[in-house]
Design a protein around this ligand. Structure first.
Ligand code: ZN
Length: 410
């Protein structure tokens, strides 16, 4: 659990304390008859707490994949709700929906070392920091695990506990290899991140393991937001709250146990995360309504976010793929020579794996590099962001002075 998630959990705990006080207040008034506004007030507070369970705090360099009732859609952290590094991504309010967070570590890997902050434009609104210095593997292997992040000197990398553990493992492995073996290992590492069969296998296992949680979370949702309000309106609070509360507690406790068992089957190497999240569900009962969602969040750790988005959301993710392909073909490279060399080697390897994968998934990679539809009087465009210009005697300001490409006006 990240610090931000811990903060969110604490906020929910305070909100639950407020809910408990309001219930006590209503119970005291039930002898003389609670006011409708008090009951409505409590219902609104419950809805707000539930809504906070449907969002995820994530780094801006990743993508969130939301599985709704019938299809997938891709989203990025909200531009306003967050800071420069991370923000809130919104899932669906439906109890059966799930939100998968796929982080991108923003690392360039070469035979000689790694470079942090080598980001891809998955979210066009995200202004990524400039690439860091090149760090040799002997030094990178000393990185320290700290929850969801890896600390390497002044650099903080990763974004989720699972991804941080994977990167730490890869750094330790690569540091022990010679150059030839390291090149092969880097190729194997990238191929594993782009393996769509692995994405399918993980999802199939998730839906198989979490089937009971689907029923339990839906039952809790229906009880809290449909059955209980209807019963209270029709028969009054004093006559209904005890059986409703007993049923809620029973479903809630079964839900917590089912979550713990499912988490152990899906993530056997993450006992710390399991206990933390189980405690969260235990102390914040409304979290139990989204327990399956919490189980889904780290499922695709280590998978490439773009490949996962295209594989699951189909054509709606193609514009993201086109943007990334343009960035890979026309990268901004104005750093120190060794940093640029590492980024160039990484991007060459990335393109070699990415283009065949995207083509197999139905993306028209050639169309990504085609000129944009020409505006009147425009004579050139930026090959990276496709902004159009009236003169070729300039460079693209948005892309750190990328040279322009002239329109072929025949
Ligand atoms: Zn540009």
């Amino acid at each position: 659990m990240t610090r931000r998630e811990a903060h969110l959990m604490w906020t929910r705990l305070l909100a639950m304390r407020s809910v408990t006080r309001r219930i006590n207040k209503l119970e005291c008034r039930s002898e003389t008859g609670a006011r409708v506004t008090d009951q409505l007030d409590l219902f609104v507070v419950l809805v707000v707490i539930y809504a906070t369970e449907c969002v995820a705090w994530m780094r801006r360099s990743g993508l969130a994949l939301v599985r709704g009732a019938r299809r997938w859609h891709v989203t990025s952290p909200n531009a306003a709700l967050g800071n420069g590094e991370a923000g809130l991504a919104f899932g669906s309010l439906l109890p059966t929906s799930t939100l998968f967070v796929v982080h991108h570590p923003d690392l360039a890997w070469s035979i000689d070392g790694i470079v942090a902050h080598d980001s891809l434009p998955l979210d066009p609104a995200h202004r990524a920091p400039l690439p860091g210095p090149r760090v040799p593997y002997a030094e990178a292997a000393t990185a320290r695990l700290d929850g969801a992040r890896l600390q390497l000197g002044n650099l903080w990398i990763a974004g989720s506990p699972g991804l941080a553990r994977r990167i730490k493992h890869d750094l330790d492995t690569l540091a022990a290899l010679d150059d030839n073996a390291r090149a092969a290992a880097l190729d194997a590492r990238m191929a594993a991140a782009f393996d769509t069969d692995e994405i399918t296998r993980r999802l199939e296992r998730f839906y198989r393991v979490s089937g009971w949680l689907d029923y339990l979370t839906t039952a809790l949702f229906a009880l809290s937001f449909l059955a209980a309000p209807i019963a209270v309106v029709q028969r009054g609070l004093s006559a209904t709250w005890r059986p409703l509360f007993a049923l809620f507690v029973a479903l809630w406790l079964i839900n917590v146990i089912a979550f713990f068992v499912a988490h152990r089957r899906l993530y056997p190497k993450a006992p710390g995360d399991r206990w933390t999240r189980t405690l969260s569900l235990t102390f914040v009962p409304l979290s139990a309504m989204r327990s399956r969602d919490h189980l889904a969040r780290p499922l695709l750790d280590g998978c490439d976010p773009l490949v996962a988005a295209v594989a699951l959301a189909g054509t709606s993710a193609h514009p993201i793929a086109h943007r990334v392909l343009r960035d890979l073909h026309a990268p901004v490279m104005d750093e120190a020579p060794e940093v640029a060399a590492t980024r160039r080697e990484h991007r060459a390897r990335l393109l070699a794996h990415l283009e065949p994968t995207l083509t197999r998934l139905g993306v028209d990679c050639a169309a990504a590099l085609a000129p944009p539809s020409r505006d009147t009087d425009a004579v050139g465009y930026c090959p990276r962001c496709q902004q159009q210009y009236l003169s070729l005697d300039t460079t693209c300001d948005d892309c750190r002075e990328t040279p322009l490409t002239a329109f072929d006006v025949g």
